[in-house]
Design a protein around this ligand. Sequence first.
Ligand code: IPE
Ligand code: MG
Length: 218
Amino acid sequence: MDGNGRWAKARWLPRAAGHRAGVSVLTPLLEAAGEAGVEALTLYAFSTENWGRPETEVDSLMTLFLETAKGKVPELNERGARLRFLGRRGHLPEAVRTAMGEAEELTRENDRLHVYIALNYGGRAEIVDAARRMMEDGLSPEEVDEATFASYLYAPEVPEVDLVIRTSGELRISNFLLWQIAYAEFYVTETLWPDFSPEEFRRAIDSYAARSRRRGGG
Ligand code: IPE
Ligand code: MG
């Protein structure tokens, strides 16, 4: 979900206003995803590198996560979405962690759309955490293959990523789901996140559907 800062700057608004505008995209987007038959969707909300931003911005983001959880979780629950979080929970403020736990608990029986929020998430951190837990479990080298490794990721049940959508024209991965995107297709748009619409989401899906995926098979 990139481009909130640029969206705000173009309007002479503070960055926090851009993040706030970015939240309003979520409901129409998730509705469109449900209609399009998407089974699982991951939103990259905050990376392990985002702590390097000015403290005021980090604080405003944490406040926004809490407000958004209060406002959107009941709504998502009614629409049958199951919510889960990916990332290192330890460093997040207590109130945010509590809200995350409550959202997961409330929506655990839902099955219409699986929504993952990557919060304090880093792809490398996820791989390191998986390796650590395998060592804690005392796995021998022979037991570690790709399937075993995948079963130690934050959400082993999540299907492999089919499509990555990147807004604001950036042509990089930025530490997103490094393991899971091995064969993902890409859709990059210049649109800044607060302007990302259900129509554009459908264009991305159509673009994906028109491609032939060979997965290295030739
Ligand atoms: C992405 O928007 C939102 C978060 C990282 C939370 P940015 O804040 O990165 O927006 P730009 O890149 O400055 O436009
Ligand atoms: Mg950015």
